[in-house]
Design a protein around this ligand. Sequence first.
Ligand SMILES: [Zn+2]
Length: 857
Amino acid sequence: MTFSPATIEQNCLLPNSADTPGQRHTEAQTHRGTHTHRGKDTPRQRHTEAQTHRGTDTDRGTHTHTHRGKDTPEAHAHRGTHTPRHRHTETQIHGVTDTRRHRHTEAQTHRGTDTPRHRHTEAHTHTRGKDTPEARAHRGTHTRSHRHTEAQTHRGTGTPSGMMAIPDPPCVVTSPDCPPASTPSSPGPPASTPSTPGPPASIPSSPGPPASMMALPDPPCVVTSPDCPPLGLKSLRVDDSQFQASSYLRMGLGPHRARLNIQSGIEDGDMYDGAWCAKYEDQHQWLQVDALRPTLFTGVILQGRNSIWSWDWVETYKVQLSNDSETWKTCMNGTEEAVFVGSRNEPETPYLALFPQPAVARWIRINPQTWYWNGTICLRAEVLGCPLPDNLDFRHHNYKEMRKLMKAVNEECPRITRIYTIGKSYTGLKLYVMEISDNPGKHELGEPEFRYVAGMHGNEVVGRELVLNLMQYICREFRRGNPRIVRLVTTTRIHLLPSMNPDGYETAFEKGSELAGWALGRYSYEWVDMNHNFPDLNNIMWDAKENDTDMVKTANHYIPIPEYYTKEDAFVTPETRAVISWMQDIPFVLSANLHGGELVVTYPFDCTRDWAPQENTPTADDSFFRWLATVYASTNLVMANPDRRICHSEDFQQHNNIINGGAWHTVPGSMNDFSYMHTNCFEVTVELSCDKFPHASELPTEWENNKESLLVYMEQVHRGIKGVVRDKMTKKGIADAIVKVEDLDHDIRSAADGDYWRLLNPGEYKVTVWAEGYFPSMRRCNVGTEARPTICDFILIKTPRQRMNEILAKGGRLPQDLQLKLRALRLRKLRASTKAINQRRKHSRKARGTRQRLQTD
Ligand SMILES: [Zn+2]
């Protein structure tokens, strides 16, 4: 079943008859540390927790839950004494890792409007009023920056002698549409996620997303503790290009120097001065920062100019906000324009000013009003703001809805997107691909091709939704001018296949998140597991290597598909066939295959040698594959959380959430292995979540957990070396040239236009390129640590024989220089072979001599 967050709100949160007015229990606050519930709440007592709790808490009730810093199954066993009289289970003693930033929040909100701040996994038992096994699983991951907000009014009917209001049974009783308590697949973010800080729960003046898409409102939170992080002017996370100013004195005092704590060079006047300084001294000067996305701005920190020679600072200023950088609204204090106090008496101390009314905008301006009388308008600044969550279409999309969404994205971004199909499923559903590129429909010389494939197992649905979110996100951010996305789109050709097994998906979708079970919808319509359905090229290659004494001659790449597999009656699903021909048509460089049911990234080979059930089976590119897997795993907010619990029974945390496919369990005929053996494309498998089919209410969290990973993984396509292999005479690209890297037993080949991409870790490499009819060419290529490829072009010279053959084939006459060259070549060959023969003779004569001597001695 699916529904919009709005419906959920209605179902779960509207008052209902079960409410007793006297027992409203509100927890909308920041709990710092843990809290004390004192004494008894009388039945009619209005119990509100609107305070900031600090220090040690005691809970005098009988229902104490210990949330330890570290999660062990035992620790979670939530041993409250759940008696009928104490059904409320929310008093916690937060363990060691709880810090002041930990916003504890109780849980009624987990209903379809999860936002980044809502990343906790507590299966709050009080929503059930009953201690069920699921509820007991309460595996919260309270990390340092773990914030969860609680914005609800618990409208429980308390038991008369209850210590507090009794939580929310009405939800269970009257609202079958409530989502299940959050699952362990989405625990809180790790401590270090400054780049995606949680948005504030309430954005009263939000011009952006509709309310239904946003976090549930939490007015007290915004008003009393905006607590938004800095944008990163000081840390340099905000790029120079995001600054603008009304005017500036000179380049070294340009707007990009308006960063808190920036230091000037020893002398004033160079390119590196200690502030932004306006050129004019009037009240119309401004410094502007583009936050790149809708942001709730909460404050500004100001500092004067860093200089040995001059004293300049801004004493008071106004702030203006804009959503389009054209119309501006001044920050108000009630009905008046707010005037903030900046630096006082000296330029080095930073001063914080919080806005009386935080507001949402994309651009912010600092507009100086007064400044040090003997100086000019100069400042260094930091801006506080919470980026708003991505307003994407967070729900499960069946086939029709998926198609609709893709169409909408295509209409929103027609210049950078194109929808195409690669074939049909068994029941005739089309396999849609969204292409995203600055020139959709075309391969551009040198531009690498990337793909995400999701939904190969139809019931593992997170990947499908993430890929749909991703296309929406890229489209929107591209339009917004987000430099990272613009760079990605203009330098990469991206292909997104959200549903490789639409038949399976539809089956699972009909039953829904909870009732589909573990395996329904995994297989194709013909009951084939597509991840075992690709041709097994591993054993073909290994057998060839074993039987061939001349190792050089055995192909280490582009292993052809065996004949049995290509036959009409071969048991190959139409979906697998479609993907194979897609892989053959496009020169993909990098890919990931998105699955679910675990939290780990696996890399080839998936198939073990000699049919071992489980054995580490590395490829020649093991180190790069490990890098790729690590890139995804280390940026995924769930995997990177050291306190996360294991999904089912295996602890991948001890391997940093990456594992060789074969070391986990052997999978002959996997897509990853096929991709690597048959094409140039490197592919890993990402197991995205413990739960294969989480409830729609968890999709926003899944997006936040995976957003950075999905982006940064795509960016890896720009590593290693790339270039074009060309013919020296014609300058034309040479297709199918073999690019061989010394000591790596896996070659790749150039694409139709002669361009090639060889993914490599940093280092120095000896690279040789071969093409039929050409002399090989060798050069050294250095790969740096930056995420950009080293350009290594090759120019190949045709062999005289090749030229001769081509000329003769055309019926032409050989030019004299070629005839001479051929003769010289023949002579050289003759000389070399004569020399070799002579040497061999000499050796055997010597050997005979030695033997004779030995015999005579
Ligand atoms: Zn799977």
